[in-house]
Each structure stands twice: as structure tokens, then as C-alpha cells.
Write a protein that binds this ligand. Structure first.
Ligand code: ZN
Length: 307
């Protein structure tokens, strides 16, 4: 296995935590997100609430701690947390929402002509675990789905997280689909980053333990053959495991047909998926060199529910 997420993932304690959370996700148990992205099982969250102060952050958002404001990780720039945005338009569109985000996550906000770049770090497995670094683009026009990229390491040797369940072809995070009803723009950035944090746990789980926990989508035989293992949920929405659903069919279908079908759906080959150069440069510069939102979103518009 590639150890792109750093040495933290090799600790037995962290691996055990990853396994526990993975099992819960595979059983469709809801996880609760706390400050810094820390994820807990329902039971753990209840237990903790006896001696700590937790509040529900809204109808669909998980409970989260409001006990302390986390200091940002100081990656490069001072955070916008304490400040208002320079432009009235940004303040109006993102001010309150961003400051809420910065209370719960180490977050930086960067104004763009057409919206906002948000850089967030999350430690879903706790302080002993690895850090996931997200760069998220949000347009003023909230009908455009936000797009995020995940990195296990920033700086000159920046490394993106594994590509499974990232979108084609720009390798942006695919943490939910519209059909899930898991997130909509009105849920806000905190809930979005909570979902990204859960996605990160699933990604590490696959990297270290060999399989993706929980329901997933996957279009076409070629994609599923490349990305799914037998014990994972099938990608067709049947609620069955891959082994007892599409796997046999997928292996009977020829690679040529599978590849053609894939290209028809995504206008690119499976192998073409990659984090765009400009987004890699942003991670290498620790967000000093950010591309324009428009250029970063220049790939084919992502339709909810594709993958
Ligand atoms: Zn299936």
C-alpha cells in the first residue's frame, strides 16, 4: 500500500480506530463530527455529552462540540476568521457562513472574483491520526456545486489523496450525490466539510485496509472492475454487496465495451483522471498560488449523481 498519508496511518491505534469507524460506516451508522473534524460513533457522542457541552447544529447536521475555537494551523496566511472579508460582496455572501466554519475547523478563506476559495484541514481520527487538507471552491452563484480537492500533504512535495470516489476528469472529491440528499448548499460549509471528513476516512480505510466502507455509486463495468472489491457495496444502488450483485456480470462484459461505455458517459478515459496542475500548484504553495475559480471549474460541469 502507498503510504501517501504519512506515518500517522501506520500506528496500530490509528488503524484500529479506522477499522471501527469503517465498520460503522459500512453498517450505515451515522457518525457525528466534532471540532477539527473529529468523528465519533453515536454512542461515543452520547457518552461524551454527559460531561461536555454539545449542541445540535441544525436539522441534518451532526451534533458538534462548541466548547472551543480551534486555532488555525497557520498554513501560510492569517485566517479570515477574525476579519470581515474585504469586499462587501464576499462579506454578504460568505461572511457569516465562513466564520461559523472557522469556529469548527482550521479554515482559511481567499476571495476570488467569482466566489471564495476555502482551505480547510480536518483530523477525523483525532490528534494521533493523519490530517486531510481540503481546498474547496464556492461560487457566488450557489447553483454551481462546490468542488473540493483533498491532499494528504501540502508544500513542495504535495500529494493528493487516493483517487477513488473522485470525479472525472479533475479528481475533485465525490463525497455524496444529489440523490443521497446528504447535503445541499443551504446546509452550509461546515456540513460539507463534515462530509469530506467522512470521505477521507473511507479513503484511508481503502488505502490501509483494502476496501471502501459504506454505500457507494459506480457507473459501468469498467469502473467497477477497477475500483470495487467483492465485499464492498455494489455501485448500482441495489443495497447488495458487489460480489452478489454486478461483479459476475461486470467480469463477463468485455474490456473494450466497458471502456467505450465509460468514455461515452464521462468524455474521457478512466486513466485520464488527475488533479489539475493549477490545483497541484496551489497545494505546493500552501495556497499562495490559487488559480481563478473559473479556470479551476473549467472541466465539464459535474452533474450530481454521476459517480
Ligand atoms: Zn449491482
Amino acid at each position: 500500500m502507498l503510504m501517501t498519508s504519512g506515518k500517522n496511518l501506520s500506528s496500530p491505534k490509528v488503524l484500529e480506530r479506522l477499522s471501527v469507524l469503517g465498520q460503522a460506516l459500512d453498517n450505515q451508522q451515522q457518525l457525528h463530527a466534532f471540532d477539527g473534524g473529529l468523528l465519533k460513533l453515536g454512542k461515543e457522542a452520547e457518552r461524551k455529552s454527559n460531561d461536555d457541552e454539545f449542541s445540535s447544529a441544525g436539522d441534518r447536521s451532526p451534533a458538534r462540540s462548541r466548547s472551543r475555537q480551534r486555532a488555525p494551523s497557520g498554513q501560510g496566511r492569517s485566517p479570515s476568521q477574525a476579519h470581515h472579508f474585504g469586499s462587501e460582496a464576499h462579506e454578504e455572501a460568505f461572511g457569516t457562513e465562513f466564520r461559523v466554519l472557522a469556529r469548527h475547523y482550521a479554515a482559511l478563506g481567499f476571495e476570488d472574483k467569482d466566489g471564495l476559495w476555502v482551505a480547510v484541514s480536518s483530523m477525523p481520527l483525532g490528534p494521533a491520526g493523519p490530517q486531510a487538507n481540503f481546498l474547496v471552491g464556492v461560487f457566488f452563484d450557489r447553483r454551481v456545486a462546490p468542488r473540493g480537492w483533498a491532499f494528504s500533504r501540502l508544500g513542495p512535495r504535495a500529494a493528493p489523496m487516493a483517487l477513488k470516489h473522485t470525479n472525472l476528469p479533475d479528481a475533485s472529491i465525490c463525497a455524496m450525490t444529489k440523490e443521497d440528499n446528504a447535503w445541499s448548499p443551504s446546509d452550509g460549509l461546515v456540513a460539507l466539510i463534515d462530509h469530506y471528513s467522512i470521505w477521507a476516512v473511507k479513503s484511508w480505510h481503502r488505502q490501509e485496509l483494502g476496501w471502501w466502507p459504506g454505500p457507494q455509486y459506480g457507473f459501468g463495468s469498467y469502473y467497477r472492475k477497477r475500483e470495487f472489491v467483492a465485499k464492498e457495496w455494489c455501485g448500482c444502488g441495489s443495497g447488495k454487496r458487489y460480489a452478489s450483485c454486478h461483479q459476475t456480470f461486470d467480469f463477463l462484459e468485455s474490456e473494450e465495451i466497458g471502456r467505450r461505455q465509460f468514455k461515452g458517459a464521462f468524455s474521457c478515459d478512466y486513466e485520464d483522471r488527475a488533479v489539475p496542475q493549477a490545483i497541484m500548484d496551489a497545494a505546493r504553495s500552501r495556497w499562495k498560488n490559487l488559480p481563478s475559480l473559473v479556470s479551476a471549474f473549467s472541466h465539464r460541469r459535474i452533474v450530481w449523481g454521476e459517480l
